[in-house]
Design a protein around this ligand. Structure first.
Ligand code: NOJ
Length: 733
């Protein structure tokens, strides 16, 4: 017998009073159940089905209640039109939830996520996500497939561009900021987006860095490295997760009961829904764990994937399985409940349509563009600055040879997910420099070569330009399509003949400033000694050129620090700072130690590294107490002094090491960071408060624990060097 609405309302009231749940959540549960009871099995399966784009066939399916969600529908008018069909022409009038990959901006394009992470500025990253949400929501989008929170320790993997890099602690902080930015205070606000943390899970650990490839990681590595940013997103209230393409140790992520049912929905109590990645349920057949799409659908659903993106695996064929008793309707109900819950939370039943006039005011709003510039500046990392060649000495420099295939390129700055970004909105480095230097400095621009290919016909002109100029600025790197999905690389040098051109220009003996534009750490050993300065400018979005010009001229003092290790060569990959010590750590005097015979083991630029136009000095590390229990906080400080000539921002990083444990621990783990601004000559005490409980790990029984014993803390400006001191953790008794 179905419970009556009155009964459910009374129940809701009791739950509110007895369990103290917010009334709105309880009301939503009541409404979800009420609606579910009215739905046919076919309509339920419809809610679990998502298609891309629109056409006459999909419109008919929406009328019949066979589609619950669409992605990639663009424009407020079109989204309203399609929504109207769902709301006004389907039997139950359940609104569609419309999704889009709004990754680093909608029309106002911000730096790619790997670049933004280099700012370590969670406040600004949150603001950028909030703006992206506003613009996209004003175009009728309800849901973004972001943030991507995959840890990436392999720069060959093109999707490293889409995440925060290699570290779980920083990755968690950024995941939290992005979720809060997209979702805002209240999902029912029409200018917020439902967020989706992806790709759950382990996608970044693809063998050989090849996209979609096999993943085989231990449960410990999964729990300590790959899961924390997802957990942080869930704790921040993320409404959805996306199940990944990859397998983990023989079980594809989109059929993985352990990661989805046990950890996500069980241990973490996640009450949102899981959407598959594009046909990742259908691909269970190709993985070889399902005979056909229907079997794949059952596996996906049983594992806990609630919505099938473009897979056609959750179909009415499931009805027969329910009728014969091989598939439980309860599983379907659970999935539909989760989806409806989010539709109610988004307020879609109350306001299914977007006011089409808002777009005009919001898209590319002046404040949005300013934030794009602020974040672009903060994302830039100064990797090398020999003899302080930068900032450019405006008094002395009369001419600049600006060379390189990306110097005036309007596409690369838009990065891997351009969304609705337009080339006409982009300021290139050439334009940025011209705007800034005006007629004072002569800029001789020539492309020199292409990003890819072996056309050397522009070399001579470039060499001539270099000869006549006081200094050379070369803008080199990867085009936008060389990182992101399906863009893994086996060679990480500058592509094409770009390195050759640098070598040719170096023959002129003119100082070279290399401005890099890339979506991943690249290998620079073949040209690093040929250039005086390296400015890592990634793909910075619509204000790319202004931000680079600000840094080159010194109007902005760079402060970014890389969040993924720059290897010397591809052969060192995977390379990351929080590695284990091994039983035979590299020792130059011992052949039989962990090292290469043809390369140092150290990276070119370690995690957390980046220079400034000023210098910072760390002194006097001290802890308030160096005997702590797991329920205490480690309170530790250093003195930081700006010993250079100008104001600057330092990203102060705190790492710990658990020296001896029941399982091996990394040599270092980031556990805190702060952005500190200091005037020239100014000094500050920088204090950290780190809960000892956060210094734990998963023990032999896979239980999270903080083991008593000796620890080391290091505070410094990157993961390689800093001031250290030891402390002890003692048991609670
Ligand atoms: C496939 C990608 O892996 C995923 O990140 C994206 O959200 C979906 N396509 C939808 O575009």
């Amino acid at each position: 017998m179905k419970p009556t609405f009155k009964f459910l309302v009374t129940l809701a009231f009791i739950i509110t009073v007895v369990f103290g749940q917010p009334l709105r959540d309880v009301e939503i549960e009541v409404k979800v159940n009420e609606l579910l009871y009215q739905m046919t099995l076919a309509e339920k399966i419809g809610q679990m089905t998502q298609f891309s784009g629109t056409n006459k066939q999909y419109e008919q399916m929406i009328r019949e209640g066979k589609i619950g969600s669409l992605l990639n529908v663009i424009g407020a008018e079109e989204n309203n039109r399609i929504q109207k069909i769902a709301v006004e022409e389907s039997r139950l009038g359940i609104p569609l939830i419309i999704g889009l990959d709004v990754i680093h901006g909608y029309r106002t394009i911000f730096p790619i996520p790997l670049a933004a992470a280099a700012s370590w500025d969670t406040v600004l990253i949150r603001k950028a996500a909030e703006i992206a949400a506003k613009e996209a929501a004003s175009a009728g989008i309800h849901w973004t497939f972001a943030p991507m929170v995959d840890i990436a320790r392999d720069a060959r993997w093109g999707r490293i561009a889409e995440g925060a890099g290699e570290d779980p602690f920083l990755g968690s902080a950024i995941a939290r900021a992005q979720v809060l930015g997209f979702q805002g205070e209240d999902l029912a606000d029409p200018l917020t987006l439902l967020a989706c943390s992806k790709h759950y899970v382990g996608y970044g650990a693809a063998e050989g860095g090849r996209d979609y490839n096999t993943v085989d990681i231990s449960e410990r590595t999964l729990r300590e490295i790959y899961l924390p940013p997802f957990k942080a997103a869930v704790d921040a209230g993320v409404g959805t997760l996306m199940s990944a393409f990859n397998e983990i140790g023989g079980v594809p992520a989109s059929a993985n009961q352990f990661t989805l049912r046990k950890i996500l929905k069980g241990e973490w109590g996640f009450d949102g829904f899981v959407v598959s990645d594009w046909n990742s349920i259908g691909e269970l057949v190709v993985h070889g764990i399902a005979k056909n799409q229907l079997e794949a659908g059952v596996k996906g659903l049983t594992a806990g994937v609630d919505m099938d993106m473009e897979g056609r695996c959750y179909t009415t064929a499931m009805e027969a399985l329910v009728a014969e008793g091989t598939l439980s309707e309860e599983l379907i109900d659970d999935a539909v409940r989760r989806i409806l819950r989010m539709k109610f939370k988004l307020g879609l039943f109350e306001h299914p349509y977007i006011d089409e006039s808002i777009q005009k005011e919001l898209i590319l709003h002046r404040e949005h563009i300013q934030t794009a510039l602020d974040l672009a500046r903060e994302s830039i990392v100064l990797l090398k600055n020999e003899n302080d060649v930068l900032p450019l000495n405006r008094g002395k420099i009369n001419s600049i040879a600006l060379i390189g295939p990306l110097a005036d390129d309007k596409d690369a700055p838009l990065g891997t997910w351009k969304c609705e970004g337009k080339q006409k909105d982009v300021v290139t480095v050439y334009e940025g420099l011209k705007n800034k230097l005006g007629g004072d400095v002569k800029i001789i621009y020539t492309k020199g070569c292409d990003v890819k290919g072996n056309n050397r016909s522009g070399f001579n002109k470039a060499i001539k330009a270099a000869r006549t100029a006081d200094i050379v600025v070369m803008v080199m790197g990867e085009s936008a399509d060389m990182s992101g999905e399906a863009a893994s690389r086996a060679d990480l040098n500058l592509p094409g003949v770009q390195a050759e051109l640098i070598n040719a220009i170096a023959e002129t003996n003119k100082p070279i400033v290399l401005v890099l534009m890339n979506g991943r750490p690249i290998t620079l050993s073949n040209i690093e000694s040929k250039v005086s300065a390296i400015v890592e400018a990634w793909h910075l979005g619509i204000r790319h050129g202004n931000a680079v010009a600000d840094v080159l001229t010194g109007d902005y003092n760079p402060s970014g620090k890389v969040t993924a290790t720059f290897p010397r060569s591809v052969g060192q990959i995977p390379i990351y700072y929080n590695h284990k010590n091994t039983g035979r750590p590299g020792d130059p005097d011992n052949k039989f130690s962990s090292k290469y015979i043809d390369s140092p083991s150290s990276p070119l630029y370690p995690f957390g590294y980046g220079l400034s136009y000023t210098k910072f000095k760390y002194t006097g590390i001290k802890a308030e107490n160096n005997r702590l229990t797991p329920s205490d906080d480690l309170i530790v400080s250093v003195n930081l002094k700006n010993v250079g000539q100008r104001e600057g921002v330092e990203i102060v990083q705190l790492y710990i090491q658990d020296i001896t444990g029941s399982v091996t621990r990394p040599v270092k783990e980031l556990k805190g960071f702060q952005r500190v601004t200091l005037e020239a000559g100014e000094q500050k005490t920088v204090q950290f408060r780190v809960p000892v409980w956060e210094l734990g790990f998963y023990d032999l029984d896979m239980k999270y624990t903080v083991e008593p014993g000796d620890f080391r803390v290091m505070i410094g400006g990157n993961s390689f060097e800093g001031l250290t001191m030891d402390f002890k953790v003692v048991s609670l008794k």
